[in-house]
Design a binder for this molecule. Structure first.
Ligand code: PGA
Length: 255
């Protein structure tokens, strides 16, 4: 089963609308025609309209949000709905990022509601899972990942899995400069695929794209993408510079 790599830039709370334009002008020239990898940019909400204006005419690059409300509309101060994201041509939504889980109290139940709202709107969730160092060292790696997957994918059908990307991001590797070794990432992502197999069967598990995230840089991207169960990256820090993100995307084309 061949899976197309998907490389996504998670800009987090960086990049004003003007900086977004400064990044995208050269970056979109580098990738102006469709390449054999899905390229996704996830700006903050305020920068999405500017990014949408520049990205929409480009067939090679897609737009993502970093979060979304599961509510359709109404009295939810500070929240952003699926309809709002669709209106600016968002194709993906990052859900359950570890910063959302740990800093904003999102649990698997709320992430599950967001997954359903995203799918119902015709967008594609990039569903993040990952263990803390304490959990890994305490032997809880497999139980933590299993319960995150079971909880956030509750009532998601096998057919709907075609629109879901999983991002495995060990919390201890996010923004720390410490990357999981290619072997650690491969072993864990193979395990994640085995959980998907238990939930959805071998065919769905083999077709699901699983990204790795956590201190991915141009210098380690090629080795990581060479692993059989790594189908792309969710990149934070190194995605803020067009040149370094372009190098990571290029590793994805080669991988
Ligand atoms: P990082 O972030 O690449 O800066 O470690 C990854 C992420 O949080 O998605």
């Amino acid at each position: 089963m061949s899976r197309k790599n998907i490389i996504a830039a998670n800009w987090k709370m960086n990049m004003t609308p003007s900086e977004t334009a400064e990044f995208l002008d050269p970056f979109l020239q580098t990738f102006s025609t469709r390449v054999n990898v899905d390229i996704v940019i996830a700006p903050s909400f305020i920068s999405i309209p500017k990014a949408s204006e520049l990205i929409t005419p480009n067939p090679a690059v897609s737009l993502s949000a970093q979060n979304m409300s599961h509510e359709a509309s109404g009295a939810f101060t500070g929240e952003t709905s699926a309809a709002m994201l669709l209106d600016v041509a968002c194709e993906y939504v990052i859900l359950g990022h570890s910063e959302r889980r740990s800093l904003y109290g999102e649990d698997d139940a709320v992430i599950n509601k967001k997954v359903h709202a995203t799918l119902a709107a015709g967008m594609k969730p990039i569903l993040c899972i990952g263990e803390s160092l304490e959990e890994r060292e305490g032997g809880q790696l497999e139980s933590v990942l299993t319960s995150q997957l079971e909880g956030s994918l509750a009532e998601v059908s096998a057919d709907q899995m075609a629109d879901i990307v999983i991002a495995y991001e060990p919390v201890w590797a996010i923004g720390t400069g410490v990357t999981a070794s290619p072997e650690q990432a491969q072993d864990t992502q193979k395990f994640v695929r085995s959980v998907l197999e238990n939930l959805y069967g071998a065919e769905v598990a083999a077709a699901t794209r699983i990204q790795y995230g956590g201190s991915v840089k141009p210098g380690n991207a090629a080795e990581l993408i060479g692993q059989p169960d790594i189908d792309g990256f969710l990149v934070g820090g190194a995605s803020l510079d067009p040149q370094s993100f372009a190098e990571i995307v290029s590793a994805g084309i080669g991988g």
